[in-house]
Write a protein that binds this ligand. Structure first.
Ligand code: FES
Ligand SMILES: [Fe+2]
Length: 422
């Protein structure tokens, strides 16, 4: 369990909160590149760490990221016109560049006045099909961390965003929790469960397709420069051989999940205390089909996912569409990896209080997430250096392999040992 005070420290991310100050030390995904598809396209309202921003792509293709409310008298720039190298407020026509220069103030045409002002604009990077923003203190801006998915050609990568109405830590903990995979995702993880037989799911794109029927994995954890990595060891039918699934946790909310053909990088970005933007990047050595991935996740059903707004729309209003008649054959009565994960995260409530839970050894990675984030909150409060800032994460990944007795699991991904700075 986590006492109420620590739970609050980790879950609250607004401005001025200790958790929010920690989060503001990192670069964050703000939106996907596809949400700003072309120069001068409609701007996008972005909620990040409890504050509102506007993202826009100017006439040259450069992305700008400004406070949402116009610096003149506070109209939303998300209603504005994006044209001729900037975004123009509808109310009195003030116009701002992506870098925050005040280009025009039509109701006070003195150019010297505009030249003295600077709009609240934030550093932006566009990498790997994602627009990243830094909204923390200027003097603490870290180097930009690089991930492996940023280096592959765009056809070998799919970027999805899923807005889910619960606190980010619930979704992070689901991702660092190997023992739920063989249960919550039973139908994909252990086909044949009904007859107590086990055949491996042959779908090489499915990260829930386990190689073992063992529901009680043994976890081993080791801290790293980026956070930690852990292995879930499961029994196999071969003597002296275990199945080993290694998953990294990248401070403050990242993970990578293995499927035979692809790696799933998942970033649970807090929109505010009770909303999360899940950024999911699937990449590999061959082309990735977006429709196929959406189907695998269960997001091809419009009752669950609005592709336009990137929102997970199912709720208690219809019991998440759970089909109880189906549950004779289907463990959850739901369909798809993300549908099952998001429904569980939402079922814990908007912000789960962990002071009443009962943990077991299979929850060790969840406990480590909390410990490492509490340590980060403390260090941020002291103004000290944080783990995982400005790293070259291109050697960080996940794997699902066999491990012979006596072999070290850490050798499955030796690049985790030395993570260079960016
Ligand atoms: S409020 Fe934006 S120009 Fe006046
Ligand atoms: Fe899951």
């Amino acid at each position: 369990m986590l006492n109420h005070e620590d739970n609050e420290l980790l879950c609250r991310v607004g401005p001025g909160t200790p958790g929010g100050e920690m989060m503001r030390r990192f670069w964050h995904p703000a939106c996907t590149s596809a949400q700003l598809p072309e120069p001068d396209c409609p701007p996008l309202r972005v909620r990040l760490l409890g504050e509102n921003y506007v993202a826009f792509r100017d006439s040259s293709g450069q992305v700008g990221f400004l406070e949402e409310l116009c610096m003149h008298r506070g109209a939303s720039l998300a209603l504005g016109r994006v044209e001729e190298g900037g975004i123009r407020c509808l109310y009195h026509g003030w116009k701002f560049s992506a870098a925050g220069a005040v280009l025009e103030t039509p109701n006070h045409a003195d150019t010297k006045y505009a030249a003295r002002l600077k709009a609240p604009a934030f550093p932006v990077r566009e990498e790997g099909g994602v627009v990243w923003a830094y909204v923390g203190p200027k003097h603490l801006e870290p180097a930009f961390s690089r991930y492996a998915f940023m280096d592959v050609e765009p056809s070998h990568r799919v970027v999805l965003r899923i807005n889910v109405g619960c606190n980010y830590l619930q979704l992070v903990e689901g991702g660092e929790d190997s023992s739920h995979v063989g249960v919550l995702h039973t139908n994909m993880a252990r086909p044949g469960w009904k007859d107590d037989s086990f055949t491996r799911n042959p779908d090489v794109t499915n990260p829930a397709a386990l190689a073992s029927n063992d529901l009680e994995p043994t976890l081993k954890i080791e801290d790293t420069a980026f956070g930690f990595h852990y292995v879930a060891l499961r029994k196999t039918n071969t003597p002296r051989v275990q199945n080993a699934r290694v998953v990294p946790f990248i401070v403050p909310y990242g993970r990578i999940i293995p499927a035979p053909a692809f790696q799933f990088t998942v970033l649970e970005v807090p929109a505010d205390d009770t909303h999360t933007s899940t950024f999911l990047v699937i990449h590999g050595n061959e082309p990735v089909n977006e429709d196929r991935i959406i189907e695998l996740l269960g997001l091809d059903n419009p009752n669950y996912y609005n592709r336009q707004s990137c929102t997970f729309t199912a709720s208690w209003a219809d019991s998440f569409g759970q089909d109880r008649a189906l549950m004779k054959e289907n463990w959850t009565g739901l369909r798809g990896v993300e549908v099952e994960d998001a429904a569980i995260g939402l079922s814990q409530g908007p912000l789960y209080d962990r002071s009443r839970e009962h943990l077991v050894p299979a929850d060790q990675a969840v406990t480590r997430v909390r410990r490492i984030l509490l340590e980060a909150v403390k260090r941020a409060g002291e103004g000290g250096p944080l783990r995982a800032l400005g790293l070259d994460l291109r050697g960080v990944g996940a794997c699902d392999s066999e491990l012979e007795e006596g072999s070290r699991w850490q050798e499955l991904l030796p690049s985790h040992r030395e993570t260079p700075v960016a």
